[in-house]
Write a protein that binds this ligand. Structure first.
Ligand code: WTA
Length: 635
């Protein structure tokens, strides 16, 4: 990595023409107005969308923390993401420009998207999927992924997308927990020129999960796969059957939903070995994602928006699928790896498709900057007007490179802090607001946040503490699927009435928020959220392992890397081959992203007297730091 450039400015003021053209010119004034009456602010935003029936109440806070938004309203996010564009000029606009890893381009207009979603909605109905049913989607980054999500939403089913980089056990656990009877997958996908055998992984997961009755398989690689008669169907075959195409004359109607009906569930890692499914709804979620994208990314009709995340993560759900479609934006979607076949692939895409806003993660920036400036400099990046960052704190070197080399010093960088649970940006600037590199600036209008000490008192400016959100917001999670008690205990019990984010942060003298990192056992590896307990349970599921501990240690490109410590069962001996095998085992069970970078065989693990592994101590030692307080350590 180039270390010449540590000179990120302390404060960066946007150029005058950016301010002049910005939708929000005075961010602090807007925040003050929203602060004075948050419900009025959100109601005004909700009025920009269509509803079948308007709400009786903006916020029902009678049973906290089970907040309800826009109660009494009837809607379906599809009404705003698709239906309202049909019959307007937007129907002829491109919704998606998709590029495969090998360079083919496929485009889909809003009209075309509406048609595909209608047809697939009918296919799902023919498989017996009804309102409220859960459908698991396990697809590579292809257009059928948004189509499948939108089709579920249209018919009132709840989608549960499992990221295509996850593997057998992760998929199995998520299918079982969500009780999905239908799985949508593909014969395979491509990543860095290599084939990812999704159907084969799905078949193994299905051997463990007996609940799935139908599997719909998209043809992507055309490699031969096992198709079980009576269970597995090709997507194309189903889409061409009369039951799907009758949409020409009689479209699949959009199901009228209550504002509070669930739209999707998305599994994410927390403190226990079992990932939890975060539940989001139709009504509040659509208001939250559309408002944040419109203001923070100042979206205009001529923009070409590229959120380079995977639709399988919350960033993709909110800002590749729902928000851009609600706003009638044109999105670029790219199937593969940023460095395939050369490290200029992303810059080639920006040039080729005239991307005007690029939204990505610091880990991707760090990964690309190591190849040097010559790669982006070969391309015309003048179409870019705004940049965005998400997933982890952006370090000054990466900020500076992104700003100078990619944005040519002109483009503001919108650093957006949020979570799977929040559904939408919580701390983020707007283009007209002065930036401090590494800070997401201030809470979004209508959002209130504090940094507290362990006793629940706000800390002094500049001091580190726990980041909490102190009032409800429309796109907030509603519960953890099948586990409302855990929703309360995990997020709302440490400081009653306040939402615990799990992050540590500080607020500086100017009121800018700085995120430091996770305070719990969540590791962010290349922006992906993984739990130490999940990795440990994957390790322990191997016959040779009796106990395991996983920690995250700082890594130049990935942000954090996973290190694991393993105690072997009697009869097994440590060897390089076993080490390799354990890594491969985690990769097979959870996915390549969870494979520890380093596995060490040990005879004992540091534990507290109550038997909890002291990961903090392992972490300190791994980094050569002092042990800190070890008074609870059992000898
Ligand atoms: C971290 C991703 C610093 C944070 C949208 C949070 C960030 C976790 C930022 C949620 C940012 C996300 N600056 N840290 N701009 N954005 N994080 O659920 O630790 O995958 O709690 O959602 O990512 O990760 P998740």
């Amino acid at each position: 990595m180039s270390v010449d450039d540590t000179s990120a400015p302390k404060l960066w003021t946007p150029p005058r023409d950016v301010v002049r053209k910005a939708t929000v010119k005075d961010y602090d004034a807007l925040r003050a107005t929203a602060q004075a009456d948050p419900q009025a602010f959100w109601e005004e935003q909700a009025r920009t969308l269509k509803w079948y029936r308007k709400w009786d109440k903006v916020l029902d806070d009678s049973h906290p923390p089970f907040y309800k938004w826009f109660t009494g309203a009837k809607t379906n996010i599809i009404q705003n993401a698709i239906d309202r564009h049909i019959g307007t000029a937007t129907q002829n606009k491109l919704a998606y420009i998709w590029e495969s890893e090998t360079g083919e381009v496929r485009t889909l207009s809003y009209f075309g998207l509406a048609r595909e979603v209608c047809r697939f909605g009918n296919v799902l109905k023919s498989m017996g999927v009804k309102k409220g049913d859960r459908v698991t989607i396990y697809l590579p980054r292809i257009l059928e992924l948004p189509i499948a999500m939108l089709a579920c939403a249209k018919i009132g089913a709840v989608h549960s997308v499992v990221y295509g980089g996850f593997s057998v056990e992760s998929l199995h656990g998520r299918i079982e927990d969500s009780e999905s009877r239908v799985l949508i997958t593909a014969d395979g996908g491509y990543q860095r020129g290599k084939l990812v055998p999704l159907k084969q992984i799905a078949d193994e997961a299905l051997q463990r999960a007996g609940i799935v009755e139908h599997v719909i398989v998209v043809r992507r690689t055309k490699e031969p796969v096992n198709m079980e008669v009576g269970r597995d169907y090709w997507y194309d075959d189903l889409m061409n059957m009369p039951l799907a195409t009758r949409g020409n004359g009689e479209p699949c109607p959009t199901e009228v939903m209550d504002a509070e009906d669930p739209l999707f569930m998305l599994y994410t890692s927390g403190t226990t070995g079992k990932p939890k499914a975060i539940v989001h709804t139709h009504g509040g979620y659509q208001v939250g994602v559309a408002t944040t994208m419109r203001m923070t990314f100042d979206l205009r009709p001529e923009d070409r928006w590229w959120c380079a995340a995977d639709p399988g993560w919350i960033t993709g759900h909110s800002y590749i699928v729902y928000a851009p479609l609600i706003l009638g934006a044109t999105s670029v979607m790219y199937e593969g790896a940023p460095t395939f076949p050369y490290p200029d692939r992303w810059w080639r895409i920006v040039e080729k498709h005239g991307v005007s806003i690029l939204y990505t993660a610091p880990t991707a920036i760090r990964g690309l900057m190591r190849f040097g400036e010559a790669w982006p400099n070969r391309h015309d990046l003048s179409s870019l007007r705004l940049l965005g960052s998400v997933g982890e704190p952006i370090n000054p070197e990466a900020w500076n490179w992104y700003h100078r080399v990619i944005g040519k010093g002109r483009c503001p960088i919108m650093d957006t802090w949020w979570q799977t649970e929040t559904g939408m940006f919580m701390i983020a600037p707007v283009p007209s607001f002065p930036l401090k590199p590494g800070s997401g600036t201030r809470p979004f209008p209508g959002i209130t946040a504090e940094v507290l000490d362990d006793a629940g008192k706000p800390v002094a400016p500049g001091e580190e503490g726990r980041l909490v959100l102190t009032s409800p917001w429309p796109a907030m999670m509603r519960t953890i699927w099948k586990d409302p008690d855990r929703y309360v205990s995990q997020y709302w019990s440490t400081f009653p009435g306040k939402y615990l984010t799990g992050d540590s942060a500080r607020i500086d003298e100017d009121g800018y928020f700085w995120i430091i990192g996770r305070m719990d056992d969540v590791i962010k590896v290349s922006g992906y959220r993984l739990g130490t307990a999940e990795i440990e349970s994957a390790l322990v599921s191997h016959a040779a392992v009796s106990e395991a501990a996983a920690i995250g240690v700082p890594h130049e490109i990935k942000g954090s890397a996973i290190w694991a410590y393993v105690i072997l069962r009697a009869g097994f001996t440590a060897s390089p081959a076993l080490n390799e095998e354990l890594g491969a085992h985690v990769s097979r069970e959870m996915g390549p992203i969870a494979r520890p970078e380093r596995i060490e065989f040990v005879n004992a693990l540091p534990k507290t007297r109550s038997g909890k592994i002291m990961r903090r101590l392992l972490k300190a030692r791994a980094q050569g730091l002092p042990d800190g307080d070890i008074s609870t350590l059992e000898e």
